[in-house]
Design a protein around this ligand. Structure first.
Ligand code: FAD
Ligand code: FMN
Ligand code: SF4
Length: 660
């Protein structure tokens, strides 16, 4: 094992700009050089029996590099051979000594990068039993979400065995060489199931009032402490506000009682969490303003004396820096920002803020976990492929002169990746600005301006790797003759259009782009022709202005192109704003005062409206044939290939960039 480096941040630009993030904090007897923690992240990268794989190790090693001496927590392990506590098919296990070698490698990988290695115990409770027919909990309270298994009520014997399993798995963590440990009581997992009055209806000593409901937590903490000895810092993640109002649950005051009881039982640091899988209140989607939940950290600081940490939409380092300076937080945790960019805090320290690949809070990573798929990230193509050399950008064998037609996210991603490998890359963009459709997407409501962060990042990376920009210049066959490149990348995106149907001339039609840009004149009653992301953006903008909006689309559901872990937010917002939707439908004809919608079961529904907004896309790649005729190597990427999303644009751009 390499000797742990000593960290001196004093001459680093980030430490001057964000001084509170780069000063030490003490947890029990351990001094951590900064206030940064990579929060535990299931990645589904372990093998089906819970053994750690090279992919999982390399994933963590990158994050350990990123925290520049801070805390790096491995994903929560499950601890029972019956697998009732296992919430994810690829969750790491720790219920037997045979897992020790893998856990030891994990601790060493983290420590090898100079980070503080943190190990997490996570019995998934109501979310558990992923590979069996049930999960367990304190009481038989039916699931609200269909994707989870039926709950089996734990007997006292089950409870005592589970506490013992926590202690045994904790001992394995300390034998593996981890320097810190934590117990996860986050969103709806076993610990929080016991603490919450929503899921704990027991009348024995593990139920009743908040003290009784916390007994399982207290006993677990005490048994884990006995197993790991007096030296190791022990942390817990606990809910400060359940947001379960529609079904009951704890009051925020009761939650603070659980904090005090945890502290009394010997916990050295508390990570503040909020919300619950079964709650209808979103906590981490893009529409939640960054820093919104800091008031819960403040409440926690007032309730306990041990250090308090928190994640949950603290993406901009200025926010936790201020919160720590104001004394309402001690440690800045983050999960998704470091899925998107494993070196995020390192870049903060080095003053390279514009080189941070920003998480867009889309929750694809979560959606994948709950669908038994390995981790992936919307904006980070290498995520979960860290151990695979074929995913890395290597110097090009033959250097080429490449023209990229289109400065949207696909073209920009390709450009800097190819340039980083030694190619000469020229991006031509017909507009006088970069970003393509993301420029419009960023005008959507509810945090969508964060999408443009991706373009800022790509521009910074293009600058770093010497990409040449030609703004306001359209690539044409004549330009290809003039420039005679070796390769042409067609990243020209889409055009917005509509079919011709009878009577179409009777109505003003406007494009979704003009609506989001605020350029279109739109009447009070609007029909949106389309149901994907651009259509949703336009519908929400118009509904927010008080327009009566109806969406007509061919797909079986609105937002077919939106992640399952995010679409519910849009559905909620469209519903709250009274937007009417016709699915599996189309506009069949225009009339004097509206349109005829051909809906399900061949029904014809007249809808009165003043304006129709078209929001469907068609790929633009008319350069392809001309370039091929001239003998130029051609590749088509992003929406120009098939209209899809920011994510596909980035992933196409990256993959083409590392291979050309
Ligand atoms: C309102 C709206 C909301 C959206 N919301 C989301 C969302 O929430 N999440 C999501 O993932 N996606 C969203 N999208 C879709 C997303 O923006 C696109 O999928 C993505 O931008 C495609 O990237 P691209 O680079 O392939 O193409 P584009 O972004 O379309 O970029 C193509 C670029 O090429 C340029 N160009 C075209 N022809 C030429 C030429 N001959 N020479 C030079 N330049 C040329 C264009 O001017 C344009 O700048 C939204 C789109 C819109 C319009
Ligand atoms: C893909 C994914 C996996 C997660 N796995 C765990 C886990 O194993 N244990 C845990 O306590 N929290 C887990 N969380 C919660 C995060 O640690 C974090 O608290 C949450 O994502 C909010 O922080 P953020 O806004 O910085 O992402 C996970 C979150 C995500 C997105
Ligand atoms: S998948 Fe989406 S939410 Fe998850 S880290 Fe990547 S950008 Fe962020």
């Amino acid at each position: 094992m390499a000797h742990k480096p000593t960290w001196d941040y004093s001459d680093k630009p980030g430490a001057k700009r964000f001084p509170h993030l780069f000063k030490p904090v003490k947890i029990r007897n351990l001094t951590i050089p900064n206030r940064i923690k990579y929060a535990a992240t299931e990645d589904n990268l372990n093998d089906p029996s819970g053994f750690i794989t090279p992919a999982g190790l390399e994933y963590m090693r990158e994050r350990a590099k990123g925290v520049v001496g801070g805390i790096c927590c491995m994903q929560g392990v499950y601890m029972d051979p019956k697998r009732e506590g296992q919430g994810y098919v690829g969750q790491a296990a720790a219920w037997d000594d045979r897992y020790l070698p893998g856990l030891t490698k994990m601790a060493e990988a983290i420590k090898g990068e100079g980070a503080v290695s943190d190990y997490q115990l996570m019995h998934c409770g109501r979310v558990g039993g992923v590979d069996i027919d049930h999960c367990v909990g304190p009481s038989l309270v039916p699931q609200r979400l269909k994707i989870f298994r039926p709950v089996k009520e734990m007997t006292r014997e089950d409870i005592r065995r589970t506490i013992k399993e926590h202690a045994e798995a904790a001992k394995r963590g300390s034998q593996a060489g981890f320097e810190m440990m934590e117990i996860s009581g986050i969103v709806g997992y076993l610990l929080s199931n016991f603490i919450s009055s929503y899921t704990n209806r027991r009348t024995d000593e593990y139920g009743g009032d908040i003290e009784g409901r916390c007994r399982f937590m207290v006993d677990t903490i005490e048994n884990v402490r006995d197993a790991i000895g007096k030296e190791m810092p022990l942390m817990i993640r606990l809910c400060a506000e359940e947001l379960l109002d529609e079904v009951g649950g704890n009051t925020p005051e009761e939650s603070m009682v659980s904090y005090k009881l945890a502290e009394k039982a010997g916990i050295d640091c508390i990570s503040v969490t909020q919300g619950w899988q079964e709650s209808g209140t979103p906590v981490i989607t893009r529409d939640i303003p960054q820093g919104k939940w800091l008031y819960n950290a403040k409440r926690a600081k007032e309730a306990v004396k041990v250090p308090v940490s928190m994640a949950y939409r603290l993406f901009d380092p200025a926010i936790p820096n201020k919160a720590i300076g104001d004394g309402i937080l001690d440690i800045w945790e983050m999960c998704r920002p470091m899925i998107a960019d494993p070196h995020m805090p390192k870049k903060v320290l080095e003053g390279k803020l514009d080189e941070i690949r920003p998480c867009v809070a889309c929750n694809l990573c979560l959606a994948r976990l709950f669908r038994d798929a390995p981790m992936t990230c919307y904006v980070n193509p290498i995520c979960a492929h860290e151990s695979d050399p074929s995913w890395q950008a290597k110097p090009a064998e033959t250097k080429k002169r490449i023209i990229v037609a289109g400065g949207g996210p696909a073209g920009l991603e390709f450009a800097y990746v190819a340039a980083s490998r030694g190619h000469e890359v020229h991006v031509f963009e017909q507009e006088d600005r970069l970003g393509g459709q993301i420029w419009y997407a960023g005008k959507g409501l509810y945090g969508d301006e964060e999408l443009m962060g991706m373009i800022t990042y790509q521009q910074a990376m293009c600058k770093r790797h010497g990409v040449d920009f030609h703004l306001g210049q359209k690539v044409t066959p004549a330009l290809l003759d003039e420039e005679s490149p070796d390769s042409l990348i067609i990243a020209t995106g889409v055009k917005y259009g509509h079919p011709t149907v009878p009577g179409i001339e009777k109505h003003p039609l406007v494009s979704a782009l003009d609506v989001v840009e605020g350029k279109a004149t739109v009447g009070d009653r609007v029909v949106i022709w389309g149901g994907k992301k651009p259509a949703i953006s336009a519908a929400l903008i118009l509904a927010e202005k008080g327009k009566k909006v109806t969406m007509v689309f061919k797909e079986r559901k609105v937002g077919k192109d939106v992640n399952p872990s995010y679409i519910w937010r849009y559905i909620q917002k469209l519903g709250n704003k009274g937007v009417k939707t016709y699915k599996e439908a189309d506009i069949e004809a225009f009339t004097d005062d509206g349109v005829i919608v051909k809906a399900l079961y061949e029904t014809r529904i007249p809808v009165k409206c003043d304006t129709v907004v078209y929001a469907e896309r068609e790929p633009v790649r008319d350069l392809e044939a001309a370039a091929k005729e001239k003998g130029i190597e051609v590749q088509v990427i992003g929406d120009a290939l098939v209209p899809r999303s920011l994510s596909n644009a980035i992933h196409d751009g990256y993959r083409t960039g590392i291979r050309i």
